[in-house]
Design a protein around this ligand. Structure first.
Ligand code: C5P
Length: 227
């Protein structure tokens, strides 16, 4: 018998490939997948649409009222009924999201929702604080990273393949800037949980990384069944 609740937490810096890997791991294991970064991006998108001045109380209220809907089969994210899958990946959102995610009330609302979604099943979550704060008792924890050069290069290839004009140097700067804000914030900063497996994927391909995590999950399930 499989354990009914099984949480896989994948944390790490920007552009480490967390969502690509988490999605594949979830698909192969038939787990649900929750992209927690998409939730902070959704709040940011919603705030940008208001065109209001940056105000923590106001943004906190937006976060409390937002309805984020992951339609996994379609690979889409909806906010209050609007498809925001593409809109939450724009540079405007990416450049602001770390400021939004540092707001305490925003984090309280998002973490509550992540726990609610994750508590009731077999799930993979990726983010910055999953193994440290959201699910400190997660069954498997991974800290996924790669050198900043490699992360920027991957993003560069992804964007140029879509026909977008981007500068590698600017991408690297944006990644470093986001990592700095995410690691230095007061509440739930990005850091590796003590019991997380550190995985540097600079020289690993997607399949190798995915298989490595799947083997960890299977090993853990095997141990749990024996105990
Ligand atoms: O993972 P992604 O790059 O989409 O995350 C966007 C931003 O959301 C991060 O830079 C970070 O500021 C925030 N985030 C967070 N906690 C999480 C997931 C994302 O603060 N669990």
């Amino acid at each position: 018998m499989f354990k009914e609740n099984f949480v896989v937490a994948i944390d790490g810096p920007a552009g480490a490939g967390k969502s690509t890997i988490a999605k594949l791991v979830a698909r192969k294991l038939v787990f649900a997948y929750i992209d927690t970064g998409a939730m902070y991006r959704s709040v940011t998108w919603k705030f940008l649409r208001t065109k209001a001045e940056f105000n923590e109380n106001f943004i906190g209220e937006l976060a409390n009222k937002i309805r984020i809907d992951f339609r996994t089969e379609e690979n889409k994210v909806f906010v209050d009924g609007t498809d925001v899958t593409e809109a939450i990946r724009t540079t405007a959102v990416t450049n602001l999201v770390s400021r939004i995610s540092a707001i305490n009330t925003v984090r309280i609302a998002m973490v509550a929702e992540q726990r609610r979604m994750g508590e009731s099943g077999r799930v993979v979550l990726d983010g910055r604080d999953i193994g440290t704060v959201v699910f400190p008792n997660a069954d498997v924890k991974i800290f996924l990273t790669a050198t900043v050069e490699e992360r920027a290069l991957r993003r560069y290839k992804e964007m140029t393949e879509k026909g977008m004009a981007v500068s590698l140097k600017q991408l690297q700067e944006a990644i470093l800037n986001r990592d700095k804000q995410d690691s230095e914030r007061e509440i739930s900063p990005l850091r590796q949980a003590k019991d997380a497996v550190f995985l540097d994927t600079s020289n690993m391909c997607i399949d190798e990384t995915t298989d490595f995590i799947i083997n960890l999950v299977r090993g853990k399930e095997h141990d749990l069944r024996r105990s």
